[in-house]
Unconditional design. Structure first.
Length: 277
């Protein structure tokens, strides 16, 4: 299968030598920068790989452009950014597969096998069989309210998840839950052990921790991106919850520099939810 041609777009000019060597076992790899993609002469590619560090809007726009130019070529996306929003965007943009760096050898081999099978099927004009994969479930699915949580309060949590980027007053969520504001506050505190305001702030800090792994975003931009209009208030809330300032947390994640530093892995990293025991 060495005759298959893979176009490797190194968008952020990262060191991709180890990953490239893995793909080179199955593909003839040609590496270009994102800027060079626009001046690339028309050519047939069996597959395309976009290698990002932390994707920017301009970098992500290269993917639909490439899909238009080479509609039959499977597109793989490599990124150090791990978020549900990015995964949904990749799905809607018809990205063939998404790998979060640093990727383990098993995941890399799985992607390579899927691409090679898809390319071979297209070349031989054979019907493609669905590729069944066992994807790792997101860490946050392991933490959830206990079964006794009322349906109305579950609606409050879902509302926070969808609207935490903007101002979310208690009265708005109380109305959604068909409760008076005072009753909503009492039931929320009794159920989860924290007030609604504390829960919302804690949820926003969790999202901020993910964004702080991106060194190109300022702390003020991170604060705004997760719903804090005042960077100073964001810093106070962050320090109270994490014990360090956002800048100190960022320095710590850079020092650790491992996949677990990019996302919460411990139950204590999530807003406290009262246990059923």
């Amino acid at each position: 299968m060495g005759q298959f041609k893979l176009l490797w777009i190194n968008v952020d000019r990262t060191d991709a030598s180890s990953l490239q060597s893995s793909f080179a076992r199955q593909f003839q790899v040609t590496e270009l920068s994102g800027a060079e993609l626009h001046i690339l002469e028309p050519e047939s590619w069996d597959a395309i790989c976009f290698d990002f560090d932390f994707p920017s809007m301009s970098g992500l726009r290269l993917i639909p452009d490439a899909k238009t130019r080479w509609p039959s070529a499977p597109i793989v996306m490599l990124t150090s950014q791990n978020s549900a929003e990015l995964a949904v965007w990749a799905l809607r943009s018809r990205v063939f597969d998404l790998l979060v760096k640093p990727a383990n050898a098993e995941d890399v081999d799985r992607v390579i096998e899927r691409i090679a099978a898809a390319v071979q099927a297209r070349r031989s004009q054979m019907e493609r069989k669905p590729q069944v994969t066992s994807a790792q479930l997101p860490a946050e699915t392991r933490y959830h309210p206990h079964p006794g949580t009322s349906v109305r309060l579950r609606a409050a949590l879902a509302h926070i998840t969808k609207n935490y980027l903007r101002h979310v007053p208690e009265s708005e969520v109380a109305l959604l839950c068909n409760m008076s504001p005072s009753r909503f506050c009492r039931e929320f505190k009794a159920e989860f052990g924290v007030t609604f305001v504390e829960y919302l702030a804690s949820y926003r800090v969790i999202q901020a921790k993910r964004l702080l792994t991106n060194p190109t975003m300022s702390v003020a931009d991170v604060a705004s991106a997760v719903g804090f209009n005042d960077p100073s208030y964001f810093t106070r809330v962050f320090r109270k919850q994490e014990g360090v300032s956002p800048s100190e947390y960022r320095a710590g994640t850079v020092f650790r520099s491992q996949p677990s530093a990019q996302r919460p892995e411990r139950a204590s990293d999530y807003p406290r939810i009262k246990s059923s025991g």
